[in-house]
Write a protein that binds this ligand. Structure first.
Ligand code: HEC
Length: 277
């Protein structure tokens, strides 16, 4: 079997990937429906043809959304433990997406008015109402899809668990975005701004920040990192300078981290604090 076919079969087997592949169909048809109705409204003699294509696009939208929701639900069931905020976001994403199939059906009925031969005024009103409704539906679909994208690309939902995978990917296996984020944006900060004082040879306050095992052992004041929960992690509290007893980190003349660096570390912890050696 060719490797492309193997890849395809692997995709069908993985609800998260299937969902990611499926989701482009509703987005495409949601944008086509109002375009067809616009054509029906402005092109002389093309009203019924444009309306007909729009009915098909809306019907496809309803069907494609149903299939996409199915794969999305399986993907959601498969994500396992995530921080509560991410779970809520996935839930909201599902609620938004579920509406899209109703919008597809309603749109198909409105666009069907444009097919009327006798009642011309009703037909023209149907075309423009269907067009306006199409803009609304396309916007709604785009927002639901964007939210799904944020879940995958910013929160790592649906991508393989890197704590188990522990590698940053090779050219033929797409890198896990969380591992890439650690290697490109988090490790350099820890190395440059923290490890000078927090490593095996010189562990200020009993804290060694040079490996995940060492970090999870904690320090004099207890645990420093709770993967998935930046707001409950002492590391974030000291980086922001909010700890009642501990100085703001990094200590020393170079001053605190920038907002950007602080956010990079916060996001890393929120996504599960993946460590790649
Ligand atoms: C110049 C040395 C220095 C640097 C650089 C530094 N620290 Fe510290 N760190 C200390 C010292 C000293 C303490 C002891 C507590 C204090 O001084 O308030 C400490 C304490 C801590 C603690 C509290 C541990 C405990 O339980 O007592 C944490 C967490 C911490 N540092 C994290 C970091 C992080 C994260 C960075 C990099 C962003 C960093 N530190 C950079 C010197 C440093």
């Amino acid at each position: 079997m060719s490797s492309t076919l193997n890849d395809l079969l692997a995709t069908l087997d993985n609800p998260a990937k299937l969902h990611a592949a499926m989701v482009h169909l509703p987005i495409a048809v949601a944008f086509l429906a109002p375009l067809f109705l616009l054509a029906a409204g402005v092109l002389p003699g093309r009203r019924r043809m444009g309306s007909f294509l729009a009915v098909i696009a809306y019907a496809l939208l309803a069907i494609a959304t149903l299939v996409t929701i199915q794969s999305g639900e399986s993907a959601y069931d498969a994500i396992g433990d995530v921080p509560a905020a991410v779970g809520t976001m996935a839930h909201d994403h599902g609620e938004l997406a579920e509406r899209v199939w109703t919008w597809g059906l309603v749109g198909a009925v409105i666009a069907a008015l444009g097919l009327l031969k006798e009642k011309k005024k009703v037909a023209i009103a149907g075309v423009w109402a269907g067009f306006a409704f199409g803009l609304f539906t396309a916007g709604w679909t785009a927002i639901a899809a964007h939210q799904g994208g944020v879940l995958v690309y910013e929160h790592g939902v649906g991508t393989p668990n890197p704590v188990l995978a522990q590698d940053a990917g090779t050219p033929d296996t797409p890198a896990d975005p969380r591992a890439v984020h650690f290697v490109d944006h988090v490790f350099p900060i820890l190395e440059d701004r923290c490890m000078g004082c927090h490593r095996a040879g010189r562990a200020e306050s009993g804290l060694d920040l040079t490996s995940m095992d060492a970090i999870l052992r904690g320090a004099d004041h207890g645990p420093v990192l709770k993967p998935g929960y930046p707001e409950a992690s002492m590391m974030m509290t000291v980086i922001r300078g909010n700890h009642p007893e501990i100085d703001r980190m990094p200590k020393g003349k170079r001053g605190p981290l920038t907002d950007e660096q602080t956010e990079a570390i916060r996001l890393w912890i929120e996504q599960g604090a993946v460590w790649v050696d």
